[in-house]
Design a protein around this ligand. Structure first.
Ligand code: FAQ
Length: 314
């Protein structure tokens, strides 16, 4: 392609971004845009499938058949979200087998939040309420992401995440209206999940490597700190409804701004967890690799069946 042709294509890309239009898979795009999307969408997809583990751990121990059925449906939804996201990443010219390989060998990340253990049943409530709550705050603006396939995947994911958030809140609501011991269990879960939930939004804006460029490209619509603030403003009144205390002595509602001021999480912990040194990193990755290896026969059988179907058509 001539240099002039490339420049014209990049102008057309920029014009679409400036007009708040959507970039589609066959449109020209700068290399950096493609790479940033692959990184973010792959990390997002990996988070969904690794995120099945902390909750999957409780399916057999959920306190009733109804709770088991709901939790199983939720964990299955996370697998579905992973599928939509791997499919969205593939529209950018990558192969999902390669993405999985990068996850399994630690060359791509997944969300820090899934490296914390689920110690009690209340943790399942806390994950739904806080982790899915944070995911919604982060993902609703991604429904307007400039890359069409990612934005469209997010619309469906967000609808399902709202159910997830409500089921988590409902678990905690039930515990908070139960015995003193059950309420204490709910408070303990909030105490442990509050800070990791704040870290899900990423490093503070001043240390965020990608935010500025991603916002200029319309991939991200808000900065990490803006979304973190939005999450705190949304969640604190919900904790009040539950009768739980957010474990932050610095939490104050500012009438003049309409926002809560709050204590920032310890970002050294976020960096340590992202580097692989969280409480469950090793376990999560080992489990994921084993599940992949154990599932080899399913992939082989599906490929053999597809080949047979092709032969029948030929
Ligand atoms: N964990 O420059 P930034 C879910 C990395 S929800 C690990 O600010 P960016 C639903 C970042 O990748 C969870 N790594 O980066 C569910 C970058 O890495 P690099 C998943 C983190 O991309 C609920 C470096 O640090 N959601 O799964 C984290 O502009 C319940 C510098 O950071 C998404 O992935 C972190 N928390 O902003 C499932 C949403 N934060 O360059 C099961 C889509 C940052 O070294 C159960 N992603 N990093 O490779 C995003 O919105 C963005 O990627 C951010 C980070 C906001 C996460």
């Amino acid at each position: 392609m001539s240099h002039l042709g490339y420049a014209a294509l990049m102008d057309s890309f920029q014009a679409t971004i400036d007009a708040d239009g959507r970039i589609e898979p066959r449109d020209a795009m700068p290399d950096g845009y493609r790479k940033t999307l692959i990184r973010q969408i792959a990390q997002h997809a990996h988070s969904e499938i690794i995120g099945m583990q902390p909750e999957g751990n409780w399916i057999s121990r959920a306190p009733s058949l109804r709770r088991k059925a709901i939790l199983m449906a939720k964990v299955q939804d996370e697998a579905g979200h992973g599928l939509y996201l791997y499919a969205a990443a593939e529209t950018l010219g990558v192969d999902r087998a390669d993405l999985l390989d990068m996850l399994h060998t630690g060359r791509q990340k997944y969300s820090s939040i899934f490296n914390y253990p689920t110690l009690t049943w209340a943790d399942i409530g806390a994950i739904g309420w806080l982790v899915d709550g944070a995911a919604i705050v982060n993902q609703v603006p991604l429904c307007r992401c400039s890359y069409g396939p990612y934005a469209r995947a997010m619309v469906r994911v967000c609808k399902e995440e709202s159910f997830h958030q409500r089921q988590g809140f409902e678990i905690l609501h039930t515990l908070c209206n139960g015995t003193e011991g059950q309420k204490a269990m709910a408070q303990d879960a909030l105490d442990r999940w509050w800070w990791p939930s704040l870290m899900m939004f990423g490093p503070p804006d001043a240390s965020s490597t990608h935010s500025e460029q991603s916002m200029a490209w319309g991939i991200k619509r808000h900065s990490n700190d803006e979304l973190r603030q939005r999450f705190v403003d949304m969640t604190v009144p919900q904790a009040d409804v539950l009768g739980l205390r957010v474990p932050d002595d610095g939490l104050v509602y500012d009438e003049s701004t309409g926002h809560y001021s709050f204590t920032e999480p310890d970002y050294t912990e976020l960096y340590a967890v992202v580097k692989g040194n969280g409480p469950c990193n090793e376990k999560r990755l080992a489990h994921r690799v084993k599940a992949h290896e154990d599932g080899a026969w399913v992939r082989e059988a599906a490929a053999a069946y597809a080949a047979k179907q092709q032969e029948a058509v030929a």
